[in-house]
Design a protein. Structure first.
Length: 311
């Protein structure tokens, strides 16, 4: 491997221990992580190994190897705090017979602990960056959909949330500076290229102003009485639905409530249907003016933003 020594000249370092490409990489302090990838061979050529290199030594030296929970290529990686996150990707059969992965491996470089998490939607060819205490995994493509989903990991709480790009796309580029993250360009479909740049600005948490005024006893807030997506026959789960010829398919949903709630949380979703473990979301702007029909014997469908629904 050719690198740059402290004097700025190119020099030859010890090569990486595994021949591979299409991996992902990140760093923490003096440690560099090269994760996943493909050696160009058979399905066994997809790698789960993560080579860790130490740059505090001149020239840098191989330190150790850790392993992802699942072998993959086209993963995305970024560092937040002392944690390195490796997310998404695919195997050699994608997209013909396999889906993009929703797996996330989180390695703590301080404690050495490695744990796993899940993206809200399995994707590959994502862009990853970190802004403040947030690690962000944006866009990407499922087996059939160029996604606008941005999964956000909060290092201060350990919780995940979701936001959205203005345009669904894969193979985009991301970087951050200070409190701002930018997501630029990408592919919006087969041979379709985007010039869109999405800008995310991290809003600082305001510091509370001290006060000597006694805190009044709060008035209990009434519990919301909405029944949306609560049970079959409730608002949002009417056992009838509006549908066009196209839908976004999300897999591995265990209950109709989860599918209904996913449509409810997506402001662009008008109607939904659950088939086996697949959640079909209808987001076409003409959905509410399209075909209206029952669930074909399964009471697992409904509409969220059509007619007089109170959701």
């Amino acid at each position: 491997m050719t690198g740059i020594n402290p004097s700025g000249d190119l020099t030859n370092f010890t090569p990486v221990r595994t021949f591979k490409y299409y991996g992902c990489s990140a760093s923490y302090n003096n440690l560099i992580f090269f994760a996943g990838g493909y050696d160009g061979g058979s399905i066994q050529g997809i790698k789960s190994s993560v080579e860790v290199w130490d740059t505090s030594i001149t020239p840098p030296k191989f330190n150790t190897t850790i392993y992802l929970s699942k072998a993959r290529m086209h993963c995305s990686a970024t560092t937040v705090g002392s944690k390195i996150l490796f997310a998404g990707g695919n195997d050699i059969n994608f997209p013909v017979t396999s889906e993009a992965f929703d797996d996330v491996d989180i390695y703590d470089a301080v404690t050495g602990n490695l744990k796993t998490a899940k993206l809200s939607l399995g994707r590959t060819y994502m862009a990853a960056t970190t802004v403040g205490h947030l690690a962000m995994f944006a866009g990407g493509v499922t087996r059939t959909v160029w996604s606008n989903v941005v999964d956000v990991y909060d290092d201060t709480t350990g919780f995940w949330s979701v936001t959205y790009l203005s345009v669904g796309r894969a193979k985009l580029t991301a970087t951050s500076n200070g409190q701002v993250a930018l997501f630029a360009g990408g592919e919006t479909g087969l041979n379709e290229v985007s010039n869109v740049v999405d800008v995310y600005v991290l809003t600082p948490t305001p510091t509370p102003t001290p006060t000597l005024t006694p805190t009044p006893t709060p008035t209990p807030t009434p519990t919301p009485t909405t029944t949306c997506c609560l049970a079959s026959g409730s608002d949002g789960w009417q056992n009838n639905y509006y549908h066009t010829g196209t839908s976004e398919t999300l897999i591995n949903f265990q209950t109709p409530q989860q599918c209904c709630s996913r449509c409810l949380s997506d402001s662009g979703c008008f109607s939904w249907r659950m088939t086996n473990t697949n959640c079909l979301l209808y987001t076409d702007l003409n959905t509410c003016n399209s075909t209206f029909s029952p669930c074909n014997g399964q009471n697992n469908c409904g509409y969220i933003r059509c007619g007089s629904v109170s959701c």
